[in-house]
Design a protein around this ligand. Structure first.
Ligand code: PLP
Length: 438
């Protein structure tokens, strides 16, 4: 490929002149990615990077996966869009496959074009079904940027407005390593979170519609609660008829290695009542959606469509991508290579004062940073490491509670050699940043 543009600086100036200031870009000198292949991407200056962030977990299998490119081109060559007013073979086929994989009995699937719309739809369905606008969400959670999704977000820094169409209460359980329950064992932690949930429920009047939770908090910094937490929550919720929405926008499709869906780490409770998905399924094409059992999905009486949800080109990409994922057991790869990667990262981070914790599941790994010699979360360390990694040819994400976490989520086809190379580049970047901060 030779499609190199130049002058990223000029493009940045034009970007700033016409796009919102809050549309955040990574890096002091933002880069323009022009093409990708496998686990690598190239920028407009010709620099090659190992991609440890996969376009924010959207490049699920690999960049430029030939099967997806072919499926998109073939579908686009036939017809790009037909709308949900007509029968669509790729939409029915992808819905059948997702319904079967979801674990939800008698499942129905509604396609959207993003994760936030998927959550919006889940909130609409659960509030309509339960005839209540009260929602429980997790502290430090993130569910998207549409009006209802920002309203339930459990951290002010990701929630640009305090206005909301929903009445939301937040419960403990998303982040454990800091906060009042940090010192507890897994069993004690679950007990404490259940007591908190019961306490919060005491403050509600009338029925609560649903609890929405990410099995591993994504924007929150890749923090995983102990297995079984949501099973314990579910007992409390089910007694009261409250629905459980599992936001699998980041954790779906085998990303967490041991399980296809994040909720399965809590399997004793069975599947959630509603499951939302997006990000990786289209390998970069805009697909989101919600799965719910028929009784919940069909509780709306008014007709409703999403003009672009389920668009044939995106569905064709999703089908090709899902087939590749399953045929190549990329969930198994996430478990194996993710396991090696986290071990290696723990080893290289062991002697570094700037690292507080390396955590995660499968190929969803978070590294929490502190100001060296303290326990203070360090967003400046996260920024410095992200820059130093880029200088070394490695793209990673940052974020998390206090903006102090590094987020690592490569395409699920990552090889052992690439995992080792990336861990070494990151170790070097961490050392460099630690020196710069000293
Ligand atoms: N839910 C979770 C868990 C997310 O991480 C995100 C985005 O990062 C969303 C929902 C929103 O998805 P989208 O950006 O596609 O609207």
């Amino acid at each position: 490929m030779t499609d190199h543009h130049t002058d990223a600086a000029g493009l940045y100036a034009r970007h700033r002149a016409v796009l919102p200031e809050w549309l955040s870009l990574l890096y002091d000198r933002p880069i323009e990615l022009t093409h990708g292949e496998g686990r690598h991407v190239w920028d407009s200056d010709g620099n090659r990077y190992l991609d440890f962030f996969g376009g924010i977990l959207t490049t699920m299998t690999a960049h430029a996966l030939p099967e997806v490119t072919k499926a998109v081109a073939e579908q686009a060559g036939r017809i790009i869009h037909t709308s949900t007013l007509y029968l669509s073979r790729p939409m029915v086929e992808l819905a059948e496959r997702i319904a079967a994989l979801s674990g939800i009995p008698d499942a129905r699937v509604f396609f959207t074009t993003s994760g936030t719309e998927a959550n919006d739809a889940a909130l609409l369905l659960s509030t309509a079904y339960r005839r209540s606008n009260q929602i429980l969400a997790m502290r430090n959670s993130y569910h998207g940027r549409s009006f209802s999704a920002v309203g339930i977000t459990g951290n002010q820094s990701w929630s640009p407005t305090s206005l909301s169409p929903l009445q939301t209460l937040w419960v403990h359980g998303g982040v454990r390593s800091r906060g009042p329950f940090a010192h507890l064992s897994d069993a004690q932690y679950i007990e404490a979170c259940v007591a908190d949930l019961e306490d919060v429920l005491q403050q509600t009047s009338g029925g609560v519609a649903a609890l929405i939770a990410e099995p591993v908090q994504g924007v929150g910094g890749f923090t995983a609660p102990p297995d079984g937490l949501y099973a314990a929550f579910r007992e409390v919720l089910a007694e009261r008829g409250i629905l459980w929405i599992s936001d699998e926008v980041q954790t779906g499709w085998g990303r967490t290695g041991d399980h296809f869906w994040g909720w399965q780490a809590h399997a004793a409770s069975g599947p959630p009542d509603l499951l939302t998905f997006a990000k990786g399924i289209g390998n970069g094409m805009s697909i989101g959606g919600v799965v719910a059992r028929a009784e919940v999905m069909n509780c709306l009486s008014a007709n409703s469509i999403s003009t672009f949800g389920g668009s044939p080109v995106t569905m064709a990409a999703g089908l090709a991508n899902l087939t590749h994922l399953l045929e190549h057991d990329l969930q198994g790869n996430a478990r194996r290579v993710g396991g090696l990667l986290i071990e290696r990262l723990r080893a290289v981070c062991a002697g570094l004062d700037v690292v507080r914790e390396v955590r995660g599941r499968g190929l969803m790994i978070g590294i929490e940073l502190v100001d060296p010699g303290t326990d203070e979360p360090s967003p400046r360390a996260a920024a410095a490491v992200t820059e130093a990694a880029r200088e070394r040819g490695l793209l990673i994400g940052k974020g998390g509670l206090n903006g102090a976490a590094l987020r690592i989520a490569p395409p699920l086809s990552l090889t052992v050699a690439e995992a080792e190379e990336g861990a070494d580049l990151l170790a070097d970047a961490l050392q460099e940043a630690q020196k710069r901060l000293a």
